[in-house]
Design a protein around this ligand. Structure first.
Ligand SMILES: Cc1ncc(COP(=O)(O)O)c(C=O)c1O
Length: 370
């Protein structure tokens, strides 16, 4: 007799749908018999520049140490981040991607009977980590595709332990300004942990977006999460971090697996922090690519959601799924966002100029076919 291991799983886990990532280049190449090099992937908000030279050199230097476990406390990276972020090293939590930080928060602070509040159209990992630990996820209707912070405040009750807010948000690219964040933080009950997810913050310039770090000293219930996957171009290495009060960092450290960030990632992240030129080039390329896509959408008479991140959601004004499939056949991978409640949109990551042009070109031809 065999057991039903699905039924034996935690109730929240039984009902989970796994996270669906962007389609890998090799998978599409296998399916369509295409050369991987001929495929354009604008589906996972990756950095199109390729890894920086300084990060690559750091990785090479670290290779001889692969037989050893990494520094489980990430001393050097934490020290560097603490200096940059105007906090102490004890306030830094390192993660296997910032995704790991989101999971640590859920494991440490959520459980059956408790709830987490997040926005409609917000990053898919918030409901996943919440449900995985048996807590209730409260999705609050978005306003103009972005977070409705007053409505999120109103959704908090005595069983709320965590609020996830992303600025800018994925997959919409929407953002809120400093005044909105200040007002929100002032009103959130102090026993509720606010996770301010700033995975794309390095792309934002000027003071249109708040810098979450400015609020850490005032709000011991705030955790700011950031990543090396986007503007720093190290997505494959999986390294991100959380900045919070020492109390929260101490709690997360208790549930963290001992060596959650590998040694290549630790070294590369340290080197990336010192590579201001790479960051500058990432931003410049992103700004130019964003303008190029917006211009292309305008020419195709398409609407889009204004974005401060490294991707943009375009409204096709009809079911986007067949267009996504047609783009795949043209060797262009973008991201369908029907699962985010946006069936008419496609999310397109900003690529190199020629990649953006290929995507726009293919999109134009497909839409012209009707
Ligand atoms: C809003 C947001 N937060 C967090 C992440 C997690 O990124 P990583 O685990 O690579 O740091 C992503 C990735 O796409 C994201 O879009």
């Amino acid at each position: 007799m065999s057991c039903d291991f699905l039924r034996l799983a935690q109730p929240g886990v039984q009902k989970l749908s796994p996270y669906v990532p962007g389609k890998p280049v090799d998978e599409l190449a296998r399916e369509l018999g295409l050369e991987p090099a001929s495929i354009v992937k604008l589906a996972s908000n990756e950095n199109p520049l390729g890894p920086g030279e300084k990060a690559l050199a750091a990785i090479r230097a670290e290779l001889a140490e692969l037989t050893r476990y990494p520094d489980g406390n990430g001393f050097e990276l934490k020290s560097k981040l603490a200096e940059r972020c105007r906090v102490t090293a004890a306030q830094v939590t390192l993660g296997n991607g910032s995704n790991d930080i989101l999971e640590l928060v859920a494991r440490a602070y959520l459980a059956p009977g408790l709830n987490a509040v997040f926005s409609q159209h917000a990053f898919a990992v918030y409901p996943i980590v919440t449900q995985a630990v048996g807590a209730e996820g409260r999705s609050v209707a978005a306003k103009h595709w972005g977070h409705d912070l007053p409505a999120m405040l109103a959704a908090i009750d005595e069983n709320t332990r965590v609020v996830f807010i992303a600025n800018p948000n994925n997959p919409t690219g929407t953002w809120f300004g400093p005044a909105a964040l200040a007002d929100f933080l002032a009103k959130v009950p102090e026993r509720v942990l606010v996770v301010l997810d700033e995975a794309y913050i390095e792309y934002a310039e000027g003071d249109e977006l708040p810098d979450g770090l400015d609020y850490l000293a005032q709000y011991p219930n705030l955790l700011v999460s950031r990543t090396f996957s986007k503007a720093y171009g190290l997505a494959a290495l999986r390294v991100g971090y959380g900045l919070s009060s020492t109390e929260i960092a101490d709690v997360l450290n208790r549930v963290r697996q001992p060596f959650n960030v590998n040694s290549l990632a630790l070294s590369a992240a340290c080197a990336a922090l010192d590579d201001a030129d790479y960051l500058q080039r990432s931003r410049a390329l992103n700004d130019a690519g964003m303008k190029q896509l917006e211009q292309g959408f305008r020419a195709l008479d398409l609407q889009w959601i204004a974005s401060k991140a490294n991707f943009i959601a375009v409204d096709l004004g009809r079911d986007a799924a067949p267009v996504y499939q047609a783009l795949l056949r043209e060797g262009v991978i973008v991201r369908p966002v029907g699962a985010y409640g946006m069936p008419n949109h496609l999310r397109i990551s900003i690529g190199l100029a020629e990649e953006n042009a290929r995507c726009l070109d293919a999109l134009g031809r497909i839409l012209a076919r009707g």
